[in-house]
Write a protein that binds this ligand. Structure first.
Ligand code: COA
Ligand code: MG
Length: 293
C-alpha cells in the first residue's frame, strides 16, 4: 500500500538571513520547513545566512518538523559553500534550485558524499524551468531523490505566462511533474500562493493543489499553515466514508461478490486501496500532531 508515512501538508519557506523567523519556526505547526539561502536572501547577506542556518539546524529544537535547507545553485558563487555547510548541518533534506538534469542531482550527491552528509539526508529538487519540467522523469531517478518542489513563480516567468486562479496555463507542467513523481515514488509539493494575506485565496489554491494530487503546498507566511494543514488532511467525513467503504467491501467479499455500493457509488478493490491510504494519512497526521503537542 503506497501510504504516505510523513505528512507534508504545509511546507514553509523562511529567509535564512532572518534569525527571528528561524527561531519562530521551532513553534510553528508546519509539517516541513525550508530554510532558504537562495531567492529570499540578498547577495550581501548570503554568507551570514549560511552560518545562521547551519547553526540553527545544528542547534535543533525543531521537534517533529522536517527540516530542509535550500542552497543556491551549484553554478552560482554561493552554491558550493552552501552545500558544504548544509552537509555539516545534516538536515532531513537539501533542496537544489532550478534542477534541469539528472546530472545535477548526481553532482550534488557526489559532493554530499564527499563532504560526509548523513546518508539519510535526502535531495529535493525544485522544478521551475521548462527544461526541468521536460526532464522531470529522469531527474526523479537521481540518487537520494525524495521530493519535487514546484517553483511556480519561476515557471510562470519562464513560460511568459500569467498568474491565473485556474492555473490552466500550468496544467501540463504540474501534471507532468506529478506523473514523474508518482511513477518513481517521490513526494511532490505544490508552488506558493503569492497573496499570502488572502486566506480565502490561499484555501482555494490549496484545494486545487490537493485535487491535483500534491502532498502539500509550499508557503511563505505562518498565517497560511493552518489552512494548508486543514485542506491537505483527510476530513472526518473523508475518514468515515473510507471506513464505510472498507467494511462494505469486506462484507461484499464475504458474500462472494467483487464489488460493493456505498452512498450510491460503486466500490471496487482500487477504491478500497484509496480508502486505506486516507486512513493511513489521517493516522500519520494524528501521530505527528500528538508528538508535537
Ligand atoms: N517563516 C517564519 N516566520 C515568519 C515568516 C516565515 N516565512 N514570515 C513571517 N514570519 C514571522 C515574522 O517574523 C513575524 O514574527 P513576530 O511577529 O513574532 O516577530 C510574524 O511571522 C508576522 O510576520 P508579518 O509581519 O505578518 O510578515 P512580514 O511583513 O514581516 O513578512 C514576508 C512578510 C512575505 C516578507 C515574509 O513572510 C517572508 O519573508 N516570507 C518568506 C519568503 C521566502 O522565503 N521566499 C522564498 C521562497 S518563495
Ligand atoms: Mg525559484
Amino acid at each position: 500500500m503506497p501510504a504516505r508515512h510523513r505528512p507534508r501538508r504545509s511546507v514553509l519557506y523562511m529567509p535564512g538571513s532572518k534569525a527571528r523567523a528561524l527561531e519562530k519556526a521551532r513553534s510553528l505547526p508546519a509539517d516541513s520547513l525550508i530554510l532558504d539561502l537562495e531567492d529570499a536572501v540578498a547577495p550581501s547577506e548570503k554568507a551570514a545566512a549560511r552560518e545562521l542556518v547551519k547553526a540553527a539546524v545544528l542547534e535543533g529544537g525543531f521537534g517533529e518538523r522536517e527540516v530542509v535547507i535550500r542552497i543556491n545553485g551549484l553554478d552560482t558563487p554561493w552554491g558550493a559553500a552552501d552545500l558544504v555547510a548544509a552537509c555539516a548541518a545534516g538536515p532531513d533534506a537539501i533542496l537544489i534550485p532550478k534542477v534541469e538534469s539528472r546530472e545535477m542531482i548526481e553532482e550534488a550527491d557526489a559532493r554530499m558524499t564527499y563532504h560526509q552528509a548523513p546518508v539519510d539526508t535526502a535531495i529535493w529538487a525544485m522544478v521551475e524551468t521548462p527544461m526541468g519540467v521536460l526532464r522531470a522523469a529522469e531527474i526523479a531517478t537521481g540518487p537520494r531523490m525524495a521530493c519535487f518542489v514546484m517553483g511556480t513563480n519561476d515557471l510562470v516567468k519562464e513560460l511568459r505566462a500569467a498568474h491565473t486562479p485556474d492555473r490552466l496555463n500550468l496544467a501540463a507542467s504540474l501534471g507532468w511533474c506529478l506523473l514523474a513523481a508518482r511513477a518513481h515514488g517521490l513526494a511532490c509539493i505544490d508552488g506558493v500562493y503569492n497573496a499570502f494575506r488572502d486566506a480565502e485565496g490561499t484555501r482555494a489554491a490549496c484545494a486545487q493543489g490537493r485535487d491535483y494530487g500534491f502532498d502539500g503546498k509550499t508557503l511563505i507566511h505562518p498565517d497560511q499553515i493552518a489552512i494548508a494543514n486543514d485542506v491537505f488532511a483527510p476530513s472526518p467525513d473523508d475518514v468515515a466514508l473510507a471506513e464505510r467503504m472498507i467494511s462494505a467491501f469486506a462484507e461484499a467479499q464475504a458474500r462472494g461478490e467483487g464489488v460493493a455500493v456505498v452512498d450510491g457509488r460503486i466500490v471496487e478493490n482500487l477504491h478500497v486501496e484509496s480508502a486505506r491510504r486516507v486512513i493511513a494519512e489521517a493516522q500519520a497526521i494524528a501521530r505527528l500532531e500528538a508528538e508535537a503537542a
